[in-house]
Design a protein around this ligand. Sequence first.
Ligand code: GDP
Ligand code: GDP
Length: 482
Amino acid sequence: MSENITGADDLALPGDGTWSDETDWELGDFDVDGDGAGSVPMPVLAIVGRPNVGKSTLVNRILGRREAVVEDIPGVTRDRVSYAASWSGRRFTVVDTGGWEPDAKGLQQAVAAQAELAMRTADAIVLVVDATVGATATDEAVARVLRRSKTPVILAANKVDSERAEAETATLWSLGLGEPQPVSAAHGRGAGDLLDVVLDVLPETPREGTATLGGPRRVALVGKPNVGKSSLLNKLAGEERSVVDNVAGTTVDPVDELVELDGKTWQFVDTAGLRRKVRTASGHEYYASLRTRAALDAAEVAILLIDASEPITEQDLRVLSLIIESGRALVIAFNKWDLVDEDRRYQLDKEIDRELARVPWARRVNISANTGRSVHKLVPALEGALESWDKRVSTGRLNNWLKEVIAATPPPLRGGRQPRVMFATQASVRPPTFVLFTTGFLEAGYRRFLERRLREEFNFDGSPVRINVRVRDKRELRRGKR
Ligand code: GDP
Ligand code: GDP
């Protein structure tokens, strides 16, 4: 039986940005044999520092020629750009945090948050300061954060364009990050030496691979202010905060908290902010969103708290957008359920239909952090979401399924021609990311149809799924026919 998919816009997923057209990937880039490795993971070098110190210039210097190596790494939030680089035969990823720069107010906090993010996600960090200016208050604030870092930090004293200027770098010892490495990103002076020092401390393999093996699963508790995040954390951790301090073989950031739930240890990331209730320069949304991002980046699954007793707001949806961008698994907890009556419940259902249509796959739980109602239901929801997030479908199974679906419901004609889907493969997990190789453009309605069927067949409840379409270009096609 074939399903009518014309005018399929009412199908499950309105455009949520998880589909993208990819024209520049080669099959060889992906893990087609399904061993979970993906393309070889590379260690990550993060370049941090305040605006105008020369971060972008340094990144370009490291890359040699920008155009040649620019590479969009899937799964990376859009304001940060990752590039593949190599030096002395070693390959690594450079993350340019330049795109993060806020306006002057809140600068110090923003740059510090950027450094915190780098501490959690990178394998080595270069802090760039402008040697011609010396250490500013912002530089000092960032250095303070980075001094706590378990991730190795290298201090680059930039704009040292001549040997004479090198003397000026001595004052930068005061930042407490060891020897300043003089460099001129603009002219290349000292860049090789800097990279040698970087490679000395950069591990061969990225931390992600080891951090996720066997350690506690990492959860970010996110939501706008006053939804009950700290109340929930207190409830989960127990009144006496029965926090496990040392779990063998794990390194836990001081800002994280280990909480035992149903006999299993979970790592709630970036809870220091919740505990301390840092009320930063009031209403500084930008900073709040940086914190949320940092927490999401460090986590594998997010619990989005929504105050069920109040209408869903723009601010809730902004946090949701950050979660979608992050590609993390998601459980939505409707909190303050003790305040929800029949009327409110009816309204809420309507709001959910309207506002949360982007994430029909999210797991939902109604809880009360105050009374403890249904809080225990969070654990199976988290586990299910992570299972989906980790799931890998073998290439064989995927293609057999796809063949059947397409035979029953072929893609609509475009310009009188029928696009063919030739082959599909799951390129990566966390979140599950698929690549379809086609002979032509697939309409949005049909893509959504495929995603819905994929979800039905393989059950990705609680996890986003990314599907990239790679259209073979005409030349290749002609070659293929001969
Ligand atoms: P970012 O904001 O930290 O990414 O800084 P940019 O890379 O955009 O550089 C800021 C300014 O500093 C630009 O005008 C660069 O040309 C200049 N600059 C960067 N590196 C050097 C350097 O090594 N020497 C000198 N003299 N200027 C530099
Ligand atoms: P946070 O800003 O997200 O960390 O929110 P808090 O945990 O500080 O909670 C904000 C307010 O909501 C506090 O007054 C809490 O007592 C209240 N609150 C939190 N959870 C619940 C709940 O489940 N029911 C009710 N009635 N109030 C709650």
